[in-house]
Design a protein around this ligand. Structure first.
Ligand SMILES: Cc1ncc(COP(=O)(O)O)c(C=O)c1O
Length: 368
């Protein structure tokens, strides 16, 4: 959709990245780190002082003590952390349960390890988890379950009941949890992020994956980290050591210092909620119907009242004729499911959102 957006000079509300500038102070801190000569490899597991800072943040946010020496590894992005976690645990023939619609890297990551992806569909229209369906998918070969909250593409978040059900599901099994928490701070209405780090019985079997790109509006930096109990992290690092070995040094020095200013990540939910609400207000003038978004960069909108076209046909037409690119939610399924919903990324400047909605209005006007 992004290539199509470029071809048709469409406003790209498809791909999940901000079009506003990141914090200049963090940019300056990277420059400073480079000028100070911090340009050589740092420790294989990440700059020790950055890992210490992250351990303090985790304690603060989730009340959990993690050991920065043995339980945190800095990675080139959240996707890499997820891939490395899969590669650490999977053997050919293993099965991994995942929820669809799903972030697009999960299934290829599972399959490249010779394992089998076992999708469970979230229940439309609230995208809740039907735990009975999940239980039916568990077999002797189930090696892991991957969860993602706040969720891309739906903006759904895990509830306490989900945590309880997950707990019952994995109790007395060897099932690992890979928890994709890249949107941990992009959560709205003051809701709490139910990180696996909060629950000792779940954390003991978890690889919890994060992204600095999502927190600091610098997705192009591809910086993230994984937190896992020491015995799991020891194995994770064996894969990491001979794949990437170590990540960008100046960025790590800069992030270490910037993380000390908590307000930058603590105000993120409110900042993005404002964008979500501004976009939703503008969208009221269009025939699109919103589905709830509790977190992430995204909100889904239904066009069922105006067209029977498939999601991909409608999204392509909207890009080509309407000048606005979105992502059809069917693209997040192995076997496409078509509920007539599109994903919009609202992590954009107000002017971008306004220009996009004006284009949508003229698109629908021309349909009449
Ligand atoms: C659910 C989810 N996980 C992981 C990532 C990737 O994070 P990173 O850019 O740090 O690899 C994304 C990015 O869109 C995402 O939406």
């Amino acid at each position: 959709m992004s290539s199509l957006a470029v071809k048709h000079q469409a406003i790209n509300l498809g791909q999940g990245f901000p079009d506003f500038r990141m914090d200049e102070k963090l940019v300056e801190l990277v420059h400073k780190a480079m000028r100070d000569g911090n340009n050589q490899y740092v420790h294989m597991c990440g700059l020790p002082s950055l890992r210490e800072r992250l351990a303090a943040k985790v304690k603060d946010a989730y009340g959990t003590t993690v050991n920065p020496d043995t339980e945190i590894t800095i990675t080139p992005g959240g996707t890499y952390a997820i891939y490395t976690a899969f590669t650490t645990i999977l053997q050919p023939g293993d099965e991994v349960i995942l929820f669809e619609p799903a972030y697009d890297s999960y299934i290829p990551n599972i399959e490249i390890n010779g394992a089998v992806a076992v999708p469970v569909q979230l229940e439309y229209p609230d995208y809740s988890i039907n735990w009975e369906k999940v239980k039916e998918k568990v077999t002797a070969k189930t090696k892991a379950i991957i969860i993602n909250s706040p969720h891309n593409p739906t903006g759904r978040i895990l509830t306490e009941n989900d945590i309880e059900q997950l707990r019952l599901l994995v109790k007395d099994t060897g099932i690992f949890i890979i928890s994709d928490e890249v949107y941990e701070h992009l959560i709205f209405e003051g809701k709490a992020h139910l990180s696996m780090l909060r629950y000792p019985d779940l954390f003991e079997r978890s690889f919890v994956c994060f992204s600095f790109g999502k927190v600091y509006h610098c997705t192009g930096w591809k910086m993230g980290y994984c937190i896992a109990p020491d015995k799991l992290m020891k194995e994770f690092r064996k894969v990491h050591q001979f794949n990437c070995f170590t990540c960008n040094s100046p960025a790590q020095y800069a992030l270490e210092e910037f993380l000390g200013e908590k307000e930058h990540y603590l105000q993120l939910g409110a900042f993005l909620q404002k964008k979500r609400d501004h976009f939703a207000e503008l969208m009221k003038a269009t025939p699109f119907q919103p589905l709830p978004s509790y977190g992430s960069y995204f909100q889904l909108y239904s066009y069922a009242s105006v067209s029977d076209e498939s999601e991909s046909d409608f999204a392509v037409r909207l890009t080509e004729k309407g000048g606005v690119a979105t992502i059809p939610v069917s693209a997040f399924y192995k076997t496409p499911v078509d509920n007539k919903v599109l994903r919009f990324c609202f992590a954009k400047k107000e002017a971008t959102l306004e220009a996009a909605v004006n284009r949508l209005l003229s698109f629908f006007e021309k349909q009449r």
